[in-house]
Design a protein around this ligand. Structure first.
Ligand SMILES: Cc1cc2nc3c(=O)[nH]c(=O)nc-3n(C[C@H](O)[C@H](O)[C@H](O)COP(=O)(O)O)c2cc1C
Length: 211
């Protein structure tokens, strides 16, 4: 079945295993409407109290992508220096990451938004509320990735924003209620990724002591 016009299946059980993390992109432009449609699909993810505690930032202009990649590259370089890696390894890693962000025609930053979170008098429940929001962000991200894939677009999850959320917020002048958590370069795949094998389903279901 190919209802998206992309030639790719839209059958859920075919889309799920066909999606994979793409890390190298062609520079061909992509249809923004498809990305917006994927955001709409993300909006159907389950969320605590139905609050949808996540927002998407769509970065399309080449100079915006380049300056963000530069800023983030600088931050990552500093972090890798703390790991005492050889300079050439650091430069190779940073260059590869920057290349991904500069070539992909659209970058999406997925932010946590706790503005509608419920408030509790105790720290445990408040922490759980935040955890639920982050869990929901993962669900939204998966909807987003599957919807991109079904429409013929490729992407891959990058966790880099988790390590420099303030830098991204300030650089993009995002509202302070938004915390960048993940980043998705979106485009058409250049080199197909090596598929990571999956554990057999029996390994994913654990035993328990039944009474
Ligand atoms: C929370 C999270 C963070 C990730 N961060 C990165 C990342 O920073 N860079 C990257 O190349 N892949 C990242 N990935 C992608 C995983 O490496 C990938 O999903 C995993 O290897 C399985 O491969 P597949 O997505 O192709 O099935 C991340 C995935 C998740 C869920």
């Amino acid at each position: 079945m190919s209802a998206s016009g992309s030639g790719r299946s839209t059958d859920l059980f075919e889309v799920i295993p066909a999606r994979s993390s793409v890390r190298s992109f062609r520079t061909d432009p992509v249809d923004r409407d498809r990305v917006v449609r994927a955001v709409e699909a993300a909006g159907w993810a389950p969320s605590p109290h139905g609050t949808q505690p996540w927002r998407f930032v769509l970065i399309e202009r080449e100079d915006d992508r380049r300056s963000l990649a530069d800023q983030m590259g600088e931050s990552w370089r500093e972090q890798l220096r703390l790991d005492e890696l050889p300079a050439e390894v650091i430069e190779h890693r940073v260059a590869r990451s920057k290349d991904r962000l500069e070539r992909a025609p659209i970058i999406v930053i997925l932010c946590l938004y706790l503005g509608d979170a419920h408030h509790y008098p105790d720290a445990d429940r408040q922490r759980a509320e935040t955890t639920m929001a982050i869990q929901s962000l993962g669900a939204a991200a998966q909807n987003f990735l599957l919807a991109l894939h079904a429409q013929g677009l490729d992407s891959g999850w990058m966790c880099a924003p988790l390590f420099c959320p303030e830098l991204i917020r300030e650089h993009l002048e995002l509202d302070e209620s938004l915390t960048p958590h993940a980043m998705f370069p979106i485009g058409l795949m250049d080199t197909p990724p090596k598929r990571r094998p999956r554990r057999p389903v029996e390994d994913l279901i654990v035993p328990f002591r039944s009474s």
